[in-house]
Design a protein around this ligand. Sequence first.
Ligand code: ARG
Length: 459
Amino acid sequence: MSKLWGGRFTKPTNDLVDAYTSSIHFDQKLAKEDIQCSLAHVQMLGETGIISKEEAETISHGLTVISGKIDRGEVSFSTEHEDIHMNIEKLLIDEIGEVGGKLHTGRSRNDQVATDMHLYLRTKTNELIALLEHVQQAIYKQAEANVETILPGYTHLQRAQPVSFAHHVLAYFWMFERDKQRLQDSLKRINWSPLGAAAMAGTTYPIDRERTAELLDFEYVYPNSMDAVSDRDFILEFLSDASIIITHISRLSEELVLWSSEEFSFIELDDAFCTGSSIMPQKKNPDVPELLRGKTGRIYGHLTGLLTLLKGLPLAYNKDMQEDKEGMFDTVETLEGALNLLAPMLESMTVNKAHMRQAVTQDYSNATDIADYLAVKGMPFRQAHEVIGKIVLYAIEANKYLLDLTLEEFQSFSTLFEDDIFTKLLPDEVVAARDSYGGTGHEKVHMQLKQAADCLSHH
Ligand code: ARG
């Protein structure tokens, strides 16, 4: 069988070269987009009279037939035809005869592949936005049920101040909200049409790029043909957004791993989302969040890989760019897998309210509140901080928590202390008192839940 570009050659391609340069084993994922792109192109060729209406119809019909065969798994692609574009063109010519050869009039694989990837990423970006929202829904439900669940908040992984569990998990809600917004924003740039840039310089045919853009539902046409075939920054942007998303997933996963340890015992993951050990019968391992945390490496790797690939490339198309696809596919699939698991895992986890509460009654995380207590009574905060530091030290040495101290003990540090200090120090009071905007006070968390609900399309 001869190559579609074989005219200039006197020898067949070395088999190793065919195997090495071929991309069909991965770019067949673009089959649907490739046909969509060709259908728009051929319709425009017919409308502009570059080919006849009948020819355009024959080609469109042929493409539709091939599309059905691909869906039903009735075609086999070949390495010899290198990539998805030439495989489909070959199938078309086999299907409808020589006229199929007119499809490639006024275009090149260079604008074709770029268009296919824009179409692919547009679909996937929209799907990922929906999956992110599922995770947000799961977080929202846990938050709604746990406004009054109190646990220690940490800085430096040392107990800092008690917070509402709803407040803690809603922090992730907002991270995923910005992730959604970033993806949404990237659609503006994904929605540029490279089609019609041809190999790199445009074409001599009177093509209508606006028309193909319209048929493919793109909002804008790349104004420069060299940029159109060389641009991969829409993929870089996607990989950057994906890196941020997986970072957020990884941080949350790390907390789930910590919280489900015996030492914390703040949550329990549902059995359906854990695995056991082949040797230790007592084990219930948080493999899923561990693996989610572990997936960051490959996505960062794909981002770094593509940045490195592009940095020294002269304009316009270079074969190096064929390496842009596997990392993009893998990133999409990795994220889909992660988000699909994260939502039901969060929804099904048990929140161990009693353990969380016990933790806040056995620590010094209410120390700031006594400092505030003295400050409200007129002592400069810096001085109050010093006094409370001494009280904490005294309590640690006496093997007591702050609530175990007597009023006399408090008063030996400052005469400003009165009986009401004991209610001020209760964990619920401590949390409720932080009612500044965006704080963990119950009222503000309820307000935050309302704001969160507004970000969800199905609430
Ligand atoms: N398979 C190629 C790729 O993915 C398609 C474009 C090939 N263009 C070319 N001039 N060799 O990049």
